[in-house]
Design a protein around this ligand. Structure first.
Ligand SMILES: Nc1ncnc2c1ncn2[C@@H]1O[C@H](COP(=O)(O)OP(=O)(O)OP(=O)(O)O)[C@@H](O)[C@H]1O
Ligand SMILES: C[C@@](O)(CCO)CC(=O)[O-]
Length: 372
């Protein structure tokens, strides 16, 4: 049974090895991030309007559409209950949605990034609403994230997973609390499948790693244990140099490496490259003061690098307790570092329902990846 309100949360990701190889069907190793997440609030409306709030993308006001303008007649492939292979990306629908988004707003200018994010939402909404038996006729949505957006840490995948989960819940395709393992498995597969469609809107031809990591996540697994026990700095350096040789490096990422190397720490670029984020691995034996000093040096460099200290293995997608009283205004205006608190994500496990399955996945997209 569908409720009137959901708060969803999904993690960002870091790719440790193989970010470009995975696009060509080779193996990558990736992990979900702890505490760097996207949060989405879904509220039912019955007035036939969709309201989308994306303040992190700089949208000053909500975007509003009547649900009646959506091209449901172009939906031809809603195979939500079938196997993933049956779900094809619908180009005709996507182009129509894009034109609705770019024509539609008389009260504010919407830039390209905002248009793509809005199209992603409308694409999933139109596909999933078609054929659904639900009392939701319209909804208000607000998405917030404490991830850097467009920097290689999977903000788009966590956005996609939040949208897919909220819509699948609202339209009754899945239902919390995912009580038994079978429900767990089915719901997470469906979320991942639809998040992948969203990633296609955002990325074109994604490998599917990012949305899988944001869906499945994993139990906490600290970078310290990981780097100590299995891999040494040489691997990390080699990964970085190989990516540089592909031409996806950036001088500022080399600068991060240079500063961290002064403290005997190893760094590589992560994600697509060409800018974005580098990841520095911190061994168990590195004292806290040393970490603070590296961060200070990175901040103080002419590039003013921003540092996020985290571990690998955050929870996968979760549906948070709907009794939490956070309202739209509070959610919209919250500082990024307060999102976990105001949504209740910081409360104990018994208050949240989380989907987590950890395994080596031979993906439906053709690539193999290990989720840490
Ligand atoms: N909090 C958010 N609010 C609205 N849209 C978001 C949000 N986070 C991500 N997005 C969408 O995802 C896009 C960023 O995707 P992009 O692939 O460029 O970066 P990334 O996912 O952070 O990096 P990578 O894919 O390399 O890991 C944004 O332009 C927007 O469309
Ligand atoms: C660079 C790439 O690994 C995305 C990183 O976010 C490509 C992909 O997996 O689609």
């Amino acid at each position: 049974m569908s409720s009137d309100r959901y708060i969803i949360s999904a993690p960002g990701k870091v790719i440790l090895f193989g970010e470009h190889a995975v696009v060509h069907g080779k193996t990558a190793i990736a992990g979900s991030l702890d505490e760097l997440r996207t949060y989405a609030l879904f509220e039912k409306r019955i007035d036939g309007y969709l309201e989308l709030n994306l303040p992190d993308l700089g949208l000053q006001r909500a975007i509003l559409w009547p649900t009646s303008i959506l091209p449901y007649n172009l939906v031809n492939n809603v195979e939500t209950k079938e196997g993933p292979q049956k779900l094809q990306f619908n180009d005709i629908l996507f182009h129509k949605i894009k034109s609705i988004v770019s024509n539609g707003q008389d009260n504010q200018e919407i830039n390209h990034k905002q248009q793509i994010a809005a199209s992603t939402f409308l694409y999933l909404y139109t596909c999933l609403k078609y054929n659904s038996q639900t009392s939701w006729d319209g909804m208000t949505i607000c998405v917030r994230s404490n991830l850097p957006i467009g920097s290689g840490l999977g903000s788009s995948a966590s956005y996609s997973v939040c949208l897919a989960t909220g819509l699948l819940l609202a339209f009754g395709y899945i239902s919390p609390p995912f009580e038994n393992k079978q429900d767990f498995k089915k719901s997470s597969e469906l979320i991942n499948l639809w998040a992948y469609q969203a990633e296609k809107v955002l990325h074109g031809t994604p490998s599917g790693v990012d949305n899988s990591v944001a869906t499945y996540g994993k139990r906490r697994y600290s970078v310290h244990q990981w780097s100590d026990s299995k891999y040494k700095g040489g691997f990390i350096d080699m990964g970085h140099h190989l990516l540089n040789s592909l031409g996806v490096g950036h001088p500022s990422l080399d600068k991060v490496r240079e500063i961290a190397a002064q403290y005997d720490l190893h760094t590589k670029l992560t994600g697509a490259g060409g800018g974005g984020c580098a990841v520095t691995f911190i061994r168990n034996d590195v004292p806290k003061e040393k970490v603070e000093n590296v961060k200070k040096d990175l901040n103080a460099s002419p590039h003013c690098f921003e540092c996020y200290e985290t571990s690998i293995g955050g929870h996968g997608v979760g549906v948070l307790d709907t009794c939490i009283s956070t309202d739209l205004q509070e959610f919209l205006k919250s500082e990024k570092n307060k999102l976990a608190e105001i949504t209740g994500w910081k409360r104990t496990d018994e208050f949240r329902m989380s989907l987590r399955i950890n395994e080596l996945r031979k993906s439906i997209y053709g690539s193999t990846f290990l989720i840490l």
